[in-house]
Design a protein around this ligand. Structure first.
Ligand SMILES: CC(C)(COP(=O)(O)OP(=O)(O)OC[C@H]1O[C@@H](n2cnc3c(N)ncnc32)[C@H](O)[C@@H]1OP(=O)(O)O)[C@@H](O)C(=O)NCCC(=O)NCCS
Length: 168
């Protein structure tokens, strides 16, 4: 099991994960993007080329086993006022069929190493919906300390957001 940059050989499996989201996670927060453009977009975001207004550089990793896609984690290199309220430095998703097996916790642990060693960050902010118990546990098991909860008005509705910091 390893964290890799998005690549062609995992795309068939990535498409299956999107199909799982469409069936089992209707109306939920889903991270997975258009498989036709995901690789090029990830490269562009990591390099900081032609980012949309208000967006910051981001490194995307896929957790894979062989050619099987297990999950995705996106690391934003810096915070904006909007990300400070919602989104934070790191977002992640484990494919539905592989959830509840510890991959979310492991994937975040691996990504924190990159944040510290490569990005030289001293702490990261991670946010999650107040009722997203699995995500909150993933953060807490990686040393997250709850800073506070804030109300956010999003396209998908009004949500209560937990804000956690992890010191690296
Ligand atoms: C949140 C998510 C990444 C967790 O990944 P995961 O691989 O299932 O998590 P883990 O197996 O490492 O489990 C972490 C903890 O969550 C708990 N957990 C897992 N699924 C759960 C569920 N459906 N309900 C309650 N707790 C759950 C586990 O028991 C574990 O806690 P424990 O060690 O105290 O027992 C995954 O559920 C997911 O991708 N959800 C959809 C996208 C999402 O919500 N992303 C986060 C946005 S902030």
């Amino acid at each position: 099991m390893q964290l890799v940059r998005p690549g062609e050989k995992y795309l068939a499996s990535y498409r299956e994960a999107i199909e799982e989201d469409a069936v089992y996670r209707v109306g939920k927060e889903c991270l997975l993007a258009d498989p036709d453009t995901v690789i090029a977009t990830a490269k562009r975001f990591e390099e900081g080329v032609m980012l949309p207004m208000g967006y910051v550089r981001q490194t995307t990793f896929w957790l894979v086993e062989g050619e099987r896609f297990l999950g995705e984690i996106g690391i934003r290199h810096e915070l904006t006022p909007a990300l400070l309220r919602y989104g934070g430095n790191i977002g992640y998703e484990v494919r539905y069929s592989e959830s509840g097996k510890g991959y979310g916790t492991t994937m975040l642990t691996m990504a924190l190493g990159y944040c510290k060693e490569e990005l030289k960050l001293e702490k990261v902010l991670i946010t999650c919906d107040d009722d997203n118990i699995a995500s909150a546990r993933v953060i807490e098991k990686n040393g997250g300390v709850l800073e506070n909860k804030v109300v956010n008005h999003l396209e998908r509705g009004t949500v209560l957001t937990r804000r956690y910091y992890i010191t690296l």
